[in-house]
Design a protein around this ligand. Structure first.
Ligand code: SF4
Ligand code: SF4
Ligand code: FES
Length: 272
């Protein structure tokens, strides 16, 4: 059986280096298998995060040969030359080896209010058009791997976590904004603190999404259009004032201050 060479980042917040390991190749092997081989046979101190090994928990995100990917979904056969580099995602602070601190994503998630059901629909079964179900269903496939957040240059290169929630949270907000029963003015959040205008539609996030969510085309661009329509389009504004277009009647959005976002275990809650 031939070997593969895994060059794995070893280090912490103070620094580190790439370390090479020789791993025997096995049929159907994925990069996460190779990491587990190292942990079991070569160095038990190697840290990585994983849970399902089925591309469904979103835990094993890493940069494989420099590209954000899930380790459990990446076959070693994709690298026929037999040398594979594995590093942590670079947009978030490193804790140890391949493990990074992605808690910022959960704190931001806690600033996004859940579905606010319209008064007339409260307590009743939702009656929805299939087209409306289909539109938001795609967004529910997100496994929160944060590979899209990792590749987005607004977060990664410019570190504008202060001004942009990132593509994952755009998907989340889009799923709520497009929900026919939702009654909250989410466009105010999108325009202001979520920073939808910071995205310049490079589509890098869409390219790396393991769930093949059309993040840019189906979530971000429609959200941009809705914000422009409400806040920056003088014609729509005039038509609304004249009563030609209906006035927006959704409940006003209230921001959760940063200091009131907390993380409890694996979930997030906005502090009461
Ligand atoms: S399309 Fe927008 S959100 Fe996606 S990576 Fe590019 S700038 Fe970031
Ligand atoms: S949108 Fe796709 S890439 Fe982003 S966190 Fe969800 S599953 Fe991962
Ligand atoms: S281990 Fe769950 S997504 Fe890879």
């Amino acid at each position: 059986m031939s070997n593969i060479t895994l060059r794995v980042y070893r280090g912490n917040s103070s620094g580190g280096q790439m370390v090479s390991y020789e791993v025997p190749k096995a049929p159907g092997m994925v990069v996460l298998d190779a990491i587990h081989y190292i942990q079991k046979n070569l160095d038990t101190t190697l840290a990585c995060r994983w849970n399902c090994k089925a591309a469904k928990c979103g835990s094993c995100s890493a940069e494989i040969d420099g590209k954000p990917r899930l380790m459990c979904k990446t076959s070693v056969e994709d690298y026929p030359e037999g040398v594979i580099t594995v590093g942590p995602v670079r947009a978030f602070p490193i804790l140890k080896d391949l493990v990074t601190d992605v808690s910022w994503n959960f704190r931001i998630a806690s600033k996004i209010p859940p579905l606010q059901v319209r008064e007339e629909a409260a307590g009743k079964p939702f009656v929805l058009q299939q087209v409306d179900v289909d539109r938001v269903q795609e967004f529910r496939k997100c496994i929160e791997c944060f590979l899209c957040q990792d590749v987005c240059h607004v977060i990664r290169e410019h570190n504008r976590k202060d001004a942009f929630f990132g593509p994952r949270q755009m998907v989340r907000i889009a799923g709520l904004e497009m929900h026919p029963m939702d009654d909250l003015n989410r466009r105010e959040q999108l325009r202001a603190e979520a920073g939808v205008g910071m995205c310049n539609i490079t589509k890098c996030c869409t390219e790396v999404c393991p769930e093949h969510i059309h993040i840019t085309d189906n979530a971000i661009i429609p959200m941009k259009e809705r914000v422009v329509d409400d806040y920056f389009d003088p014609v729509s504004g005039l038509l609304r004032t004249l009563g030609v277009l209906p006035k927006r009647t959704k409940k006003p959005f209230k921001s959760v201050p940063n200091e009131q976002t907390v993380i409890v275990g694996n979930t997030t809650l906005a502090a009461k």
